[in-house]
Design a protein around this ligand. Structure first.
Ligand SMILES: Cc1ncc(COP(=O)(O)O)c(C=O)c1O
Length: 415
């Protein structure tokens, strides 16, 4: 990545779009490094949602009155825009709005898995899966008699691709893999995994919760069958998630939730379903959130996803180097490089991650501590918890320095 790229991202200017970053806590400036959990919401997103509520708030798909038509058009166009953002050429026919990545996982696991899986089938996951995918597929496997197997990680925190080739066989029905690990920061070779899956006539579901917000993603170049992500991790609102699916698969799949808004014809005896994506979006959907997500996508694209990725990776590399230089900090995941994203998971030798996060909080530095919804991965790493600093487009080197200073205070307190 080039220094020129980094300089061309005008972080001070961008920070003006996130007034929350001006907050002080007990007189100390807020240092927000919990972006892998939720990013801050950009002003243009808040403005777009407030404009919706102030000017054209109405239910969608239902009314012939003017406001309902405006809301319906905005809601539908948001699908097209988000599809375009991730390279889905089928537009709304390939983009379902859900509540979050977790619901997107559940949708496929129930709608596809409950019908297609059975004894003898295998779902192949990775050891670095988020619970959103791991627990969901585990449950569906238990109910259908299928088995789950896990691709191992190596000592650098990367996937062992030889083991991947052993795990994915003709018995494999689904490969579900995380694009970017929320704990290790590893960027997985998802195209390669998808190719291996397809070689065995299996489908591939990619969890892009930590990828879409932070780097250019093209679902068609990856050739994923399904791809999921969340609005609240990409400068957008909470309450909306996305599920990309290849048009022919979504067409064939039965709905997973039922009710109004998703039907074509209902009689006392039976019902038939509307078109994709509406057949997967029953009830009143997240309309304001869709408007906000549309604005978020516009906002990110204007900045440039490659520049956002470069900026975050530069910060993560700086953080990695500073933490590694301390001598008593164990850092998880690969060394900085093209397959390492903008987050750093670590443990300070003498201080439990929860105590560390609490002391950091006294310094107004917001990091996350715990198992990050990857308990089996933490078992594999031999620790119960880890601390995680995760960066976004508005973070600065000075904030990395504040992180290191706060760690120093924790060390002294526990010395
Ligand atoms: C890799 C990964 N997958 C899935 C999720 C779940 O996202 P959500 O809570 O928005 O459903 C997260 C959230 O942290 C994540 O990091």
């Amino acid at each position: 990545m080039s220094q020129q790229n980094l300089e061309s991202l005008d972080v001070e200017r961008l920070r003006e779009d996130f007034p929350i970053l001006e907050r002080e806590l007990d007189g100390k400036p807020l240092v927000y490094l919990d972006n892998a959990a939720t990013t801050q919401t950009a002003d243009p997103v808040v403005d777009a949602m407030s404009d919706y509520y102030r000017r054209y708030n109405a239910n969608v798909h239902r009314g012939i009155h003017h406001l309902s038509q405006e809301a319906s058009i905005a809601y539908e166009e948001a699908h097209d825009r988000v599809a375009e953002f991730v390279g889905a050429s089928g537009g709304r026919e390939e983009m379902i709005f859900t509540k979050n990545t977790t619901e997107s996982e559940n949708l496929v696991a129930y709608a596809w898995g409950m019908r297609e899986l059975g004894p003898g089938d295998e779902v192949v996951l990775t050891e670095m899966e988020h619970h959103a995918s791991l627990v969901t597929w585990q449950q569906i496997a238990e109910r259908t008699g299928a088995d789950c197997t896990y691709i191992q990680i190596d000592e650098t925190g990367r996937l062992d691709m030889d083991h991947a080739r052993e795990c994915i066989t003709d018995d494999t029905a689904m490969v579900s893999a995380v694009h970017v690990s929320n704990t290790l920061g590893t960027v997985n070779p998802v195209s390669e995994l998808v190719d291996i899956a397809h070689d065995h006539d299996a489908l591939a579901f990619i969890d892009g919760a930590q990828a879409v917000p932070n780097r250019p993603v093209d679902v068609e170049a990856i050739d994923a069958d399904f791809y999921a992500f969340s609005g609240h991790k990409m400068a957008g609102p909470t309450g909306i998630g996305c599920l990309y699916g290849k048009a022919h698969l979504l067409e064939e799949m039965e709905p997973y939730l039922y009710g109004g808004g998703m039907i074509r014809k209902v009689t006392f005896e039976e019902s038939t379903w509307g078109d994709v994506p509406w057949k997967f979006e029953p009830g009143t959907p997240p309309i304001a959130e869709a408007v906000g997500l549309h604005a978020a996508v516009d906002y990110l694209e204007e900045i440039g996803m490659d520049r956002i990725r470069d900026h975050e990776e530069e910060l993560a590399e700086y953080a990695y180097e500073r933490l590694a230089a301390e001598g008593d900090i164990e850092i998880y995941g690969p060394e900085p490089g093209p397959d390492r994203s903008g987050l750093v998971g670590f443990n300070l030798e003498s201080v439990h991650a929860h105590d560390l996060a609490s002391i950091m909080n006294d310094h107004a530095v917001a990091i996350r501590a715990g198992d990050h919804c990857t308990q089996p991965l933490h078992d594999r790493l031999g620790v119960a918890a880890s601390a995680r600093a995760s960066f976004y487009l508005y973070n600065t080197r000075e904030e990395v320095d504040a992180l290191v200073d706060a760690i120093d205070s924790a060390r002294q307190l526990f010395a």
